[in-house]
Design a protein around this ligand. Structure first.
Ligand code: C5P
Length: 240
């Protein structure tokens, strides 16, 4: 663990400055939060699972040409990333009705959506991350139309790849959230994390929940679920 004050501390991660100012050290914490941090718990080992799972996924995405902030994993709970200026939009891609969309549209959880839905949420804890559309994004000047189109295309590309990849590990990718940032060349690159904290992952055969819904709904062991995801990611190499 770094022996200095974090530059920023979020709900699940701490960011530390590095000697080279182009990079940041990210430490994944053991803290689990849900419902905009109304539910909070420290779960030993959680940071390690998310750091390892996100490192594997970002490495694969880099290998297939999706520019992202990941540089390298440096310890069980830490990774080095390129510093970006985060675009305050949470991009959610959904393949199957679940969570807030199932509730909003009155659909049964688990119903397949005929084509992926991309949603945008304004990344603002004080406002509870409200759902926004292209017009809101333009008016709030969060991104230009062109940038948003690029973000949408990248999100759908990541979805296509990850859906097939998880399927090869016996996991259904129900939905997930992405964040993008601008690097110092002003290019939009994928940032933040992709882990069972930010994805809904269901066992292909049993529909067992292998993601943070286990914690949100108190239905079992979060570590048990995350361990199954990591074990399957490490076991399969069919994307190569
Ligand atoms: O809650 P909701 O159904 O809108 O979440 C959609 C997806 O986005 C889920 O996979 C959830 O884990 C993820 N998400 C997230 N961070 C948020 C909100 C949602 O990772 N702040």
């Amino acid at each position: 663990m770094m022996n200095q004050e974090p530059l920023y501390e979020g709900k699940a991660k701490r960011l530390f400055k590095m000697e080279n100012e182009d990079f940041l050290l990210v430490e994944y914490k053991d803290q689990a939060t849900a419902f905009n941090a109304a539910k909070k718990e420290s779960i030993k080992g959680k940071g390690k699972y998310n750091n390892e799972i996100s490192s594997i996924i970002f490495t694969m995405l880099k290998d297939i040409g999706v520019d992202n902030h990941f540089i390298m994993q440096v310890s069980e709970t830490e990774q080095i990333v390129t510093k970006t200026s985060i675009i305050p939009i949470e991009v959610v891609v959904r393949n199957v009705y679940a969570g807030s969309l199932a509730a909003r549209l009155g659909k049964e959880e688990g119903t397949v959506i005929p084509k992926p839905i991309v949603e945008f949420y304004y990344k603002d804890d004080a406002l509870g991350d409200p759902l926004i559309n292209e017009d809101h994004i333009e008016i709030l000047q969060l991104a230009t139309k062109k940038e948003l189109e690029e973000i949408r295309e990248k999100a759908l590309f990541v979805n296509n790849f990850l859906k097939d990849y998880f399927a090869s590990c016996g996991i259904r990718l129900i939905d997930f959230k992405l964040e993008f940032g601008k690097n110092n060349e002003n290019n939009i690159i994928l940032a933040d994390e992709i882990s069972p904290d930010t994805c809904r992952l269901w066992d292909m055969d049993t529909n067992e929940r292998l993601d943070k819904d286990v914690f949100r709904k108190d239905t079992g062991s979060l570590i048990g679920a995350y361990d199954k995801v990591l074990t399957r990611l490490k076991g399969e190499k069919t994307w190569l």
